[in-house]
Write a protein that binds this ligand. Sequence first.
Ligand code: AHG
Ligand code: MN
Ligand code: MN
Ligand code: MN
Length: 335
Amino acid sequence: MALMTLHQYLVREKRENGVPEELAELILSVADACKKIRSKVTEGALAGVLGMAGTENVQGEDQKKLDVISNEIMCGANAPSGTLSGFASEEMTEVMGVLSEYPVGPYLILFDPLDGSSNIDINAPIGTIFSVLPCPGGAKRSVTEKDFLQPGVNQVAAGYAMYSTQTQLVFTLGHGVSAFTFDPAVGEFYLTREHITVSPSTAEFAINCSNMRHWQKPVQQYVKELLAGETGPRGKNYNMRWVAAMIAEAHRILSRGGIFIYPKDDRIPSRPGKLRLMYEANPMSLLMEQAGGRATNGLQRILEIQPEKVHQRVAVFMGSSEEVDYVTGLHRRQD
Ligand code: AHG
Ligand code: MN
Ligand code: MN
Ligand code: MN
């Protein structure tokens, strides 16, 4: 049977799940942006896109050339869609409205245009993460940061593109998680998985163990129990993975289960975690929950956090429900 294209899938979602026309249009526009980013990523050195941009972003990170290029593509390719009133990006200090030459629409898009930047120059997996919120009061010409400060439960769509051996687009419109694989020969995304679920149990964890001495007690205890294997309190042997790109960890969890942790650590005591709530943790948390998984900051559901700043950070424990519930329990008992 012929595989369904992204466009045909969205026609079906509009008909069967009442997905609004403009949201379907926005997803197609995001997919086009990801195709453009993919072609830059795939050419690498041949397109002169590797290495540093020589600038710093609001996060205090040295930007890679592809961080900046991907951000420009995400803004440039989505602005004309007529579905947006504003943009927020890891790579832009301020939120942005839509230029007057384009019509405005009812959504706000927030994105991490290039996730896993430290993987760019070593040809390891990288991706693009996006989150879609309704614009308060509907389509408007001028937006403020306040319009974006909505809890993750308000998201109407969220997903990521993963640029790896295959390029895949994985997203949810609130009716389950679907995955599309890109065919470069025809330039199309084809539906290759739908109703994706995260197995409740797992024997695979992802955390950057080099930070162990900086973690809080519940995380140190939890990882120690995992490392104790079948003779320890968890009673089984665990495997570890760390790809240094959140999209790759999320994709592995959506493919075969697992728990991903980026906890608060005392390298920067005032920082609740490294990952950004609005355009990394929230979209990934919606995907995990839509697939039957969990996502907390150690104490509460990430999707219920009321943001105060568009670039605020958060601790992330996400994936298989049994593990996320267990480590969240350890935090709550300590709290
Ligand atoms: P980004 O490249 O968008 O700044 O995000 C990188 C994040 C996330 O993708 C990944 O899981 C994590 O940073 C890796 O952190 P370490 O390099 O500290 O392991
Ligand atoms: Mn970054
Ligand atoms: Mn990122
Ligand atoms: Mn990034």
